[in-house]
Design a protein around this ligand. Structure first.
Ligand code: CA
Length: 230
């Protein structure tokens, strides 16, 4: 049974989400502030965390930042779905950049949260079952090398810091060389979910990747999306 931690200080929302999750057969736990939530999440006992951003003691962003640095690998890699205030675009981008898997804008429909939870859990399963190519497990394009087993990136022989999301995005493009990939496809691959038109997130991440590895490797295919050429 999947165990989900809800970190949310608004008791009404937390209780409602908890009841719905239990109804769906999940095991749940709750924390009402950031510090308690972080302590609980760091145990690595949970399969997914629903994390509100506006929290007392430690903000959700800070909880996420610390969680991703956790020495406990299960905790550091746990899927996180953020709950954000309406129009808090900075929070969304910061949150995704820090390794949140997804976000929901309040107020949200519970069915949508449930769908995203299922998608995030599925994505973890898919990632765990991804096989590494039979050769050395290194994808190459231009002057970029992606080392899949080590999860590292080099550009012109130098190590480059990539966030998990950037890595998955570039990897998807490199695994599909010479194929124009739509933003929707890239979203589905890197975020495991269709964002209903919020495909500009892909553009933001492509920009990040280009800043780190030059403009040459990822080509913009007008009206479609992006492509890495052989
Ligand atoms: Ca709150």
């Amino acid at each position: 049974m999947n165990k989900i931690l809800i970190i949310e200080d608004e008791e009404k929302i937390a209780r409602f989400v908890e009841l719905e999750l239990r109804h769906e057969g999940y095991d749940t736990a709750k924390a009402g502030d950031g510090r308690t939530g972080l302590d609980m999440a760091e145990t690595g006992e949970y399969d997914l965390v629903v994390l509100d951003i506006m929290l007392p003691q430690l903000s959700g962003i800070e909880v996420l930042r610390r969680l991703r640095k956790s020495a406990n690998a299960a905790a550091a890699n746990v899927p996180v779905i953020l709950l954000t205030a309406r129009d808090a675009v900075t929070d969304k981008v910061t949150g995704l950049d820090m390794g949140a898997n997804d976000y929901m804008t309040k107020p949200f429909a519970i069915e949508e949260l449930l769908a995203r939870i299922r998608a995030a859990l599925r994505q973890v399963q898919a990632q765990n079952s991804v096989h590494v190519p039979a050769d050395d497990g290194i994808l190459r394009a231009g002057e970029i090398e992606l080392n899949l087993p080590a999860h590292t990136v080099t550009y012109r022989g130098k190590a480059v810091d990539f966030t998990n999301r950037e890595f998955i995005l570039l990897r998807t493009l490199m695994e599909n060389k010479n194929t124009a990939m739509t933003r929707e496809k890239l979203l589905a691959a890197a975020w495991g979910y269709d964002y209903y038109g919020e495909t500009n997130i892909v553009d933001v991440y492509v920009r990040y990747i280009r800043q780190k590895t030059g403009d040459g490797v990822i080509k913009t295919i007008r009206g479609v999306g992006y492509m890495v050429e052989e």
